[in-house]
Design a protein around this ligand. Sequence first.
Ligand SMILES: [Zn+2]
Length: 306
Amino acid sequence: MRLYTHPACLRHDPGASHAERPSRLSAVTDALRGAFPQLPWEEAPRASRGQLLRVHDDALLALVLDTPVTEPTPLDPDTLLGPDSAEAALHAAGAGIAAIDAVMGGSTRRAFCAIRPPGHHATGSVAMGFCLFNNIAVAAAHACERHGLARVAVVDFDVHHGNGTQAIFESDPRVMYLSSHQMPLYPDTGHVHERGLGNVLNAPLQPGSGGEAFRNAWRERLLPALAGFRPQLVLVSAGFDGHRLDPLAQLELEADDFAWLTAELGAVADRHADGRIVSMLEGGYDLDALRECSVAHVRALIGHGG
Ligand SMILES: [Zn+2]
């Protein structure tokens, strides 16, 4: 088990009172350092332009990396670009690249990237929903292109649907995208009928669903499909905004629900992927919930295989 972060990710400033604030990340890293003092931390490198261009277009790179900004500047009503945002975005995406190289190289089997800004709403061409670059998509593309994998699963349990990840891979049979999410909720995608080439599986959940409905959706629909895909690598968009304390959603989950799903993912990874899992932080906007859930998630990732 290996952990990745970078101090630049703390300096992305979307402006005062924004939910996606630097203290989210320090809550996660402080909690993990406290709970797992023995675990090694690695400094996340920058992603290269070439690595980003596997999933994003030139115009988005130019917008995020080359726009001169002196104060938080809105790209959409939720998504702001500040003077230090480009550096944060490069390291957030680079964390996944480094983690993929580590698990594919055999130096560890499990990795968790404590990073921000989050990524799963960013499409190939549009930064949106607090996300600048799609970190998990950059990681999945790296696994396919650099390591030649033919079956990479992206499991997304953030309470919001990862519209960006789905859009990037819905025509790419090398990647399977599986998501549970609250509906109705931003960004209003992730309906059951959205299937891509058959490599997309969405399980929308009603507000107030709670842990039993969440676990049933995974147990009955998503996990069997994941196992049937026989992933060579499991990537996780780990958003903890489904927790009952989260101010942005009403899915009413507990930390135990995230731990349960993580252990189930570990079993699939052990069976098909030599145990390889790379998990990347997405959402989660209550600091107490972030602390509890990130520790529960990493403890379950360590499991028997980390
Ligand atoms: Zn979210």
